[in-house]
Design a protein around this ligand. Structure first.
Ligand SMILES: [Zn+2]
Length: 431
């Protein structure tokens, strides 16, 4: 594999030329090996050799999740006996998609995560406690494992949940870092407090945060990020990735957005009219994989809305940085005249002391417009608590969604349906 960890530190011009060379290779490869893209190029009477620059990409039709769902096998570019790993998307939105990886793809994935951890201050002296699953076709768990291994650092594969076991292991094996879902870190703090564990004096110095935002769009810590760091003296690094792109955007020590890995991915951020947005403007993250052998993707619309910054970073990297996900395009809620994305709603709920836990449900009413129902576990069942919650929602959202107070068991049942691998906080019942 021909990768160089220095790639991100090259000048913007050098990075662009390198990406364009890899893009041409990717296009030639797709034309030759991908049944899906070959058909697409042929139908559109499209000459891939005409695409030479990143600007030329705009001539190519998009790939969307539904294409992958409906024609999953046609995206495969290798015979089945070359596939090593069958990963799958979590199916948060619709049917899961299989992403098959070859041995080369696994090496690419390893390199990707190696660079990610390096970017997030990792070294061979670190020991990472993995608080997430390695199973259930979950690509990230496997990626973390192999990236850490390549870095020469230590790994403790503890898996998700069970705060008592997490702490017992931290105290016994002295990891320097944890990889966890941020809201689980709050549970760790809660457990440590209840059991008088001196959590600010353990070996853990940093956390790689996955699955949930810890920052606002302006990169300041959000409620969840603040709640963690106000009590636990720990450095948080955010990372954004998806199974389809087989690549992570991870923060460096500056914590000013997740860096693009230019050898592995081309990223476009597109507005509603499919035009590239300018820095600071929200756009849909649209990716083209580079160097993928099993299931490469071309102009794949992720559905994630982010903003980007392409100014040079103090860490020395000259690559674009992505903000946390503002929201998913499909999860955009048009509610009583306001546009709302679930993460912003979650942030408000996370901040309220009167709300212990929650699930937000969105459905269409008879008029075909969006309605929001919040299932809340209140601090206590009282009118005082109810009034505080409503007043807070009114102040922050300007409207009060329907509220249904639920028990801890009811909330947990909604959050963790059988065979689920992620905690569900958002239920979308719209058609
Ligand atoms: Zn940086």
């Amino acid at each position: 594999m021909n990768y160089s960890p220095d790639a991100a530190f090259k000048s913007k011009e050098e990075i662009k030329l390198m990406q364009e060379k890899k893009l041409q290779e990717a296009l030639a490869y797709l034309y030759e090996h991908s049944p899906y893209y070959k058909e697409l190029f042929t139908q559109a009477r499209f000459n891939v050799k005409g695409i030479r620059t990143i600007e030329d990409l705009s001539a190519i039709p998009f790939t969307i999740k539904e294409n992958l769902q409906q024609h999953n096998d046609a995206f495969l570019c290798v015979p089945r006996n070359k596939i090593i790993e069958y990963s799958s998307t979590s199916g948060t939105l619709g049917a899961p998609v299989t992403i098959a990886l070859t041995e080369n793809d696994l090496e690419r994935l390893t390199y990707n995560e190696y660079c990610s951890f390096k970017s997030a201050g990792g070294s061979s002296g670190d020991i990472y406690q993995l608080m997430l699953t390695m199973d259930r076709q979950f690509m990230a768990g496997m990626a973390y494992y192999s990236g850490i291994r390549k870095m020469g650092a230590g790994i403790i594969r503890l898996g998700p949940g069970v705060p008592s076991l997490q702490w017992e292991t931290i105290l016994r094996l002295r990891p320097t870092a944890i990889i966890a879902v941020p809201s689980f870190m709050l549970k760790l703090i809660e457990y440590a407090r209840e059991h008088r564990i001196d959590f600010n004096n353990t070996s853990v110095q940093k956390a790689i945060c996955i699955g949930e935002n810890i920052r606002n769009t302006d990169l300041s810590l959000n409620t969840l990020g603040k709640k963690i760091t106000e009590t636990w003296n720990i450095k948080l690094y955010s990372t954004y990735a998806s199974t389809e792109m087989q690549t992570a955007f991870t923060e460096c020590s500056e914590c000013k957005g997740g860096h693009l890995q230019p050898e592995l991915l081309i990223v476009e951020l597109l507005d509603e009219m499919n035009k590239q947005v300018v820095p600071g403007q929200p756009g849909e993250v649209t990716i083209t994989t580079l160097g993928v052998e099993g299931m490469p993707l071309l102009r794949y619309k992720t559905g994630d809305i982010c903003v980007y910054d392409d100014s040079p970073c103090a860490c020395g990297r000259n690559t674009l940085r992505l903000s946390p996900i503002i929201g998913r395009k499909k999860q955009m809620i048009k509610y009583k005249g306001t546009t709302l994305y679930p993460p912003a709603l979650f942030d408000i709920l996370n901040e309220m002391e009167e709300v212990i836990d929650f699930v937000a449900e969105v459905y269409s009413n008879e008029m075909g417009t969006d309605e929001v129902l919040l299932h809340l576990l209140p601090e206590n069942v009282s009118e005082v608590c109810n009034i505080k919650i409503r007043a807070n929602l009114q102040a922050r959202l300007r409207v009060i969604p329907d509220i249904k107070y639920s028990t801890k068991e009811e909330i947990q049942k909604m959050q963790m349906p059988e065979a689920g691998r992620k905690v569900i906080k958002f239920i979308d019942m719209r058609n």
